[in-house]
Design a protein around this ligand. Structure first.
Ligand code: BDR
Ligand code: CA
Length: 321
C-alpha cells in the first residue's frame, strides 16, 4: 500500500486522476490540496469536493492553497476545461467542508504524520508545493518521491515551448524541481499518449455507478475538445490521471535521469523546462556554467495501452469499501 497526496487544480483531467487514486487498491489517498490553475481557487476546491463525493471518498481531507502564482497573476484554462473548470456538467455541490487549515499545513501534517514516506503528486501549478518546501523543508525527509505532471523535453502547450503547469508558476516549478527528494517529471512527452477510445467512453457513461459515469462524461469532454488532435487519435485523453497510473505502476514508464532547469527570464521561453539530453558535456561545463539543477527522472516513454487498461480496470472496480 502506498500513501499518496494529490495537489490539484481540478480540472477535467485532475478529476480523472482523483477518481483513479481513490479506487486503486494499492494507493491510499491521504489528502488533497488545491491551487489556482485551470480555474480559480474557489472553483478548484468546489470541483474537488464534488469529484470526491462522486468517487465515494467523502472523508479524504481537502484544503485550499495558493490563489495565485508566486509572481504575477493567475491565468486560467477555461477555454479547455469549461467555465466551471469541470466541463460544465452541472454536478451537485458538495455538502461538506474543507479541512479548515491552509494547504501547506495539511501537506506538512499529512507528510510528517505518515508512518512511511509518502508520494506527493503535483498535477497543477507548483505554487503550493514550492511554498511547502520553503516553509517546512523538514518534510523532504518523509517524501518518497515527487511525481509532477508538468514540463516537456520537447514542445509546450501553453506556449510553443512551455507546458501549462510550469508556465503558470515558473519560479515555483524551479524550486520544486530542485527539491532534495527524487523527482519524476511526467511531462507532455508522455501526457498525450494515454487515452481511452470513444466506444469505451460511451460504455462508462452508461454505468449507473456515479464515479464510472462521471469518468465517461469527463472523457467525452476530452474527445470533443481534442479528439481531432493527431496526438490523441480521436480518443479521450487521461492527462493528469496518467501521472497517478505511473505511481501505481512505475514499470509502465520509461525515464531517464537528466538535468532539468526552468527558464525564468521574461520573454517567449519563460516557463520552458530545459532538459539536457546531450551525450557529452558542452562548452557550458568547460566554463563552469552547467548543472543548474539536480537530476530529474524525465518520462520519455509510456506503455499507453497498459495505463489505459489499468485506469479502466481500477475505475470499474467501484468505490472503496
Ligand atoms: C496540465 O495543465 C492542465 O490543463 C491539466 O490539468 C494538466 O495538469 C497540462 O498541461
Ligand atoms: Ca491539472
Amino acid at each position: 500500500m502506498k500513501d499518496l497526496i494529490l495537489d490539484v487544480d481540478t480540472g477535467v483531467d485532475d478529476a480523472l486522476a482523483l477518481l483513479f487514486a481513490v479506487r486503486h487498491p494499492e494507493l491510499r489517498l491521504r489528502a488533497v490540496t488545491c491551487v489556482a490553475g485551470n480555474t480559480g481557487l474557489g472553483q478548484v476546491v468546489a470541483n474537488t469536493l464534488k469529484v470526491l463525493d462522486a468517487a465515494g471518498a467523502p472523508d479524504v481531507p481537502v484544503s485550499a492553497g495558493a490563489e495565485r502564482p508566486l509572481i504575477g497573476p493567475a491565468r486560467d484554462a477555461s477555454h479547455i476545461h469549461g467555465a466551471d473548470g469541470l466541463a460544465d456538467l452541472g454536478l451537485p455541490a458538495s455538502a461538506r467542508e474543507t479541512a479548515g487549515v491552509p494547504a501547506v499545513d495539511l501537506l506538512r501534517d499529512t507528510i510528517l504524520g505518515a508512518p512511511e514516506p509518502v508520494v506527493v503528486v503535483g498535477l497543477a501549478p507548483l505554487t503550493n508545493l514550492a511554498l511547502l518546501l520553503r516553509a517546512y523543508p523538514e518534510v523532504a525527509g518523509n517524501i518518497e518521491r515527487l511525481v509532477l505532471m508538468g514540463g516537456s523535453a520537447s514542445t509546450g502547450n501553453a506556449t510553443p515551448v512551455a507546458e501549462f503547469n510550469v508556465w503558470h508558476d515558473p519560479e515555483a516549478a524551479a524550486i520544486v524541481m530542485d527539491a532534495e527528494v527524487p523527482v519524476t517529471m511526467y511531462g507532455l512527452d508522455v501526457f498525450y499518449h494515454v487515452s481511452v477510445d470513444a466506444p469505451t467512453c460511451a460504455e462508462l457513461i452508461g454505468h449507473e455507478e456515479p464515479g464510472s459515469r462521471l469518468a465517461g462524461l469527463l472523457l467525452r469532454h476530452q474527445i470533443a475538445l481534442c479528439g481531432a488532435d493527431p496526438r490523441v487519435n480521436g480518443d479521450g485523453l487521461l492527462g493528469d490521471a496518467g501521472a497517478v497510473c505511473a505511481v501505481a505502476d512505475p514499470e509502465g514508464l520509461t525515464t531517464e535521469r537528466l538535468p532539468v532547469s526552468v527558464e525564468l527570464a521574461p520573454g517567449h521561453s519563460r516557463g520552458q523546462t530545459l532538459v539536457d539530453r546531450r551525450a557529452l558535456p558542452g562548452e557550458d561545463a568547460a566554463h563552469g556554467l552547467s548543472g543548474t539543477a539536480r537530476g530529474v527522472d524525465v518520462a520519455l516513454g509510456v506503455d499507453a495501452l497498459r495505463y489505459r487498461k489499468l485506469f479502466l480496470d481500477t475505475l470499474l472496480s467501484g468505490p472503496p469499501s
